[in-house]
Design a protein around this ligand. Structure first.
Ligand SMILES: O=P(O)(O)OC[C@H]1O[C@@H](O)[C@H](O)[C@@H](O)[C@@H]1O
Length: 486
């Protein structure tokens, strides 16, 4: 069981604690739906934290913020209050943040506007870019024009960092001109998901798993995040992105790296990112033509992609993807992708790792599943081969399950299957709450280092190259389990 006091530990008394959080693009959906509730969930657990939040977006922003700055300020204060109460956040830190928040209209692509925004802010300060990659790039260029940057400046970048390897490299170089890597957070909220953090606890706080966490004992790994959600009005973004870039590029590859990394010598922002980057560097597409692979794991199709057609999910009609708003059907954007990868190291060589994510899936699985090899010796006279042990951890549901064999091996019906299963208590922090905690502590241990974000794009390129050669777009009805592959 999780120690319930865990999340109540006071934040470290360090000079790195952020005093001012500036959210750029604060009128958008991400801020109201995820960032502010995440912040609220954190502040409710850390009553001593004092933080000033500045919301900022362009003056001509057409959204709900209203025509003049007074209206914008008022709407912003209401947005903050509503987001905090959506997670029942109360207490002195929540009150302090509400009372001290303010709104500054600013075009982040204009140096003069940024000067106005940042003048007089109290450091350490973090600029959170809740913006599309192209605007983030222009905002970084504008920041570089300023005579001086605030002292103790941190930058937090939402995914996607760039739109391909080339643009990610360019953006990382630009960010590197402004602040050190230790002052950069490439946010991936999947690293804050309770189930993902449970993998860290399971692996490194127990004697049981780590000695068998390698190719000699593990048969395969599956990291799956299917969703019932379809496009949800995000056609413009999604149609030029697709499932591989949206879900595998950072999220599932990062989770894979954390699940498979060598044990770090310290849990800090030097060791953890070094070990996860090591895994990503060694990752390649599964080679189904290798003789050893074909013998041990026959019939693997390394890449499968699909796109949903009209159907029903949870009783709701979902239109054909091609008929969704802001979508160009000729683009062949995939809403489902499955890629089998291999991490080519001594520890992992020959173990197939399945990453999968699909939209409009009827019965969605969301888990990290490790299937162990069978026992090394089959006994004569035992009527059935023993089933493998399986460890499964739910992403958001916080469900940890271990399947084992028990009972009499001589029973003609086969052995009994014992399922050790537990629901881990609610942690109190949302995934974005953990992200906020790391940012406000100035601790980038669980963010994506520049080289890791670039390796992610390299791997996506491998997957997308396979689209053209051996993974035709398959259709699947919304509400099904995705394309059927023979
Ligand atoms: O379940 P969560 O936390 O919303 O995460 C899943 C989402 O993660 C986002 O990063 C993707 O852009 C979405 O397409 C996806 O639905």
């Amino acid at each position: 069981m999780r120690d319930p006091a865990f999340h109540l530990t006071p934040y470290p008394d360090s000079m790195d604690n952020i005093r001012t959080l500036v959210i750029l693009g604060a009128s958008g959906d991400l801020t109201a739906r995820l960032l502010l509730p995440g912040l609220g969930s954190l502040l409710a657990l850390q009553p001593e934290r004092e933080i000033t939040v500045i919301g900022s977006a362009r003056e001509d922003f057409p959204g709900p913020l209203g025509p003049d700055d007074d209206v914008r300020a008022e709407t912003w204060e209401e947005t903050v209050a509503k987001a905090f109460s959506s997670v029942d956040a109360t207490g002195p830190a929540v009150d302090h943040a509400r009372e001290n928040t303010r709104w500054v209209s600013c075009d982040v692509t204009e140096a003069a506007d940024l000067e106005k925004l940042l003048g007089g802010v109290v450091g350490p300060v973090c600029l959170y870019f809740a913006l599309a990659p192209a605007i983030t790039k222009r905002a970084c260029a504008a920041l570089a024009e300023l005579d001086a940057l605030p002292e103790d400046l941190y930058l937090a970048l939402e995914k996607p960092v760039g739109t391909d390897l080339h643009s990610a490299r360019a953006l990382n170089a630009q960010v590197g001109e402004l602040v050190d890597e230790e002052h950069t957070f490439r946010v991936d909220h999947f690293l804050g998901m309770p189930g993902v953090l449970d993998i860290v606890g399971l692996r490194f706080a127990n004697r049981l798993f780590e000695p068998i966490w390698d190719r000699r004992h593990i048969q395969s790994i599956e990291i799956v995040f299917d969703e019932t959600l379809a496009l949800e009005g995000r056609g413009e973004f999604y149609d030029t992105t697709g499932a591989a870039r949206d879900m595998l590029q950072s999220h599932l590859l990062q989770v894979m790296a954390l699940t498979m990394m060598d044990p770090p010598s310290r849990f800090d922002a030097v060791e953890v990112p070094a070990n996860t980057a090591h895994i990503l560097r060694a990752t390649r597409l599964w080679d189904e033509e290798s003789a050893t692979h074909a013998a041990e794991h026959p019939g693997i199709t390394p890449v499968v992609r699909g796109r949903y057609t009209a159907g029903t999910v949870g009783g709701q009609d979902v239109p054909d993807y091609a008929a969704e708003k802001d979508v160009d059907p000729q683009r062949e954007t995939e809403t489902f992708v499955q890629a089998i990868l291999e991490v080519d190291t001594w520890r992992w060589n020959g173990v197939p790792v399945t990453l999968r994510s699909g939209k409009a899936i009827g019965d969605p699985a969301q888990h990290i599943r490790v299937t162990f090899r069978r026992p090394p010796h089959e006994y004569k006279g035992w009527p059935h081969p023993t089933a493998p042990n399986v460890l499964s951890v739910g992403f958001e549901e916080e469900h940890v399950q271990l399947d084992a064999n028990v009972g009499s091996p001589f029973d003609s019906r086969g052995m009994n299957r014992l399922t050790l299963s537990s629901r881990v208590p609610e942690p109190g922090l949302t995934a974005y709450g953990s992200v906020m905690r790391w940012i406000l502590d100035g601790d980038p241990t669980f963010t994506v280092r520049a080289d890791a974000s670039e390796e992610g794009w390299r791997i996506i390129d491998l997957i997308q190259d396979a689209y053209d050669t051996c993974a035709p777009l398959r259709e699947y009805p919304a509400g099904s389990q995705g394309p059927v592959v023979k």
